[in-house]
Design a protein around this ligand. Sequence first.
Ligand code: NAD
Length: 451
Amino acid sequence: MKIGVIGSGYVGLTTGICLASLEHDIFIYDLDEEKLAKIKEKKLPFFEQGLEEILEKVISSEKLLPQNKLDTLVKETDGCFICVGTPTKNNSIDLSQIINSINAVTTSIKNNKKQDYKIIIRSTITPNTSKDVILPILDHELGELGFGLAVVPEFLREGNALDDFMNPDKIVIGSLDSDTTSFVRQIFKHFENNCQIIETNLESSELIKYTNNAFFSMLISFSNEIANVSEKIPGVDPYKIMKALISDKRITTKINNKNIIPGLESYLIPGCGFGGSCFPKDVQALVDYANKNDIATPLLKAVLDINSERANKMILLADAILGTLKNKKISILGITFKPDTDDLRSSPALDAIDILLEKNADISVYDPIFKLKSDIVKIPDGCKICFNIEDVLKNSDIALVFTKWKEFKILNSELLKQYMKKPIIIDGRGFLNEKEFEHGTCFKIGMNGNN
Ligand code: NAD
């Protein structure tokens, strides 16, 4: 099939590359010409394991065709995905990229006199956005030519984007009519026997995406609230408490006497909170949507409130250990919001750095992404950039781990002693091996006392 993709960020480009690898002809367009130029040169404009190799193949085979003109994309295709950003502005969803791209695509549809062109919204949009914002534009502009509209949310996780796209657990198709549903089903035909295809209306599809993100955010804040309680009870270890919870047979099932640990385990580990381009903004957008529609969302508000304290919890603990942070040398290990991505959007480490800068701390930062893709990560002013673990630890008073990169697993008391003034580390992700640290060297938030 000949399909367009508008927006070549994490979602658009992953969608484009993967569909092109499934033998569709994909025309991809972005306002950002620099990004398009990179893609043409077979270079991924962001970091995502495994994706650049496939990009190389699909550009060489001309299955993925970057376009500088939207008119050409529309002319060549029967429908397109809209994958532009939906960030937060003044605590509400900012739909300007959606509205601009819909306006631009309708103009191209009219220029090309395309009949029944299908528009598939892949971006995350709040309930009723398609009905109240997108449909009126399409009705007004394309009433005579006819059109199709679907909301087909993307569920990929950065760091796992390729596998998530190629092995989906579900494909949700919210659609205006059966013709558009069939069109979308045809695009995803490759997956129809391996995952659930959920057909629904536009509004449900919009809310399904928010429900997904709100649920996993809620688990993280739940575990952090339990950590807040534990913190006040000397000797209580919230990580063990969560381990016990996860072993409950309603969560961990047993097959042939083997425990099947569910994927949600990683959302039930207390730590420095969630970040990224989805959870914080999507929960906020849902709360704001509910608020504007007189719907109470106390649970979702609490999810955000609890999360907003987490980066500061790391700082408070460091402050309590050192007495003051003024002029102390602080090593930040991990600046991306999660491992295996270069994405810094709403990263807890950035919040912590802001607080540390205010406290006049002397900050050094190391993230494995600096070695993997040094050109695209922008570090806050006032921080020293280091390119390996040893460098960032050198002469440091305390090390704070914000991201669960595999490389940090090598950390232990010996390494800390070798480079730091005194071996002290705070594990903000609860993943370092306790056995590797002498008593009094490794701290975790939520624990009254250390290892
Ligand atoms: P992104 O910011 O990385 O990419 C958006 C791209 O759209 C940018 O390259 C931008 O230049 C381009 N763009 C903006 N306006 C345009 C226009 N009018 N015409 C053409 N291009 C335009 O965003 P992203 O992370 O890919 O997210 C896109 C959407 O998908 C958002 O709604 C997001 O919430 C959702 N989503 C993101 C993820 C994720 O992990 N990043 C996962 C699932 C869903």
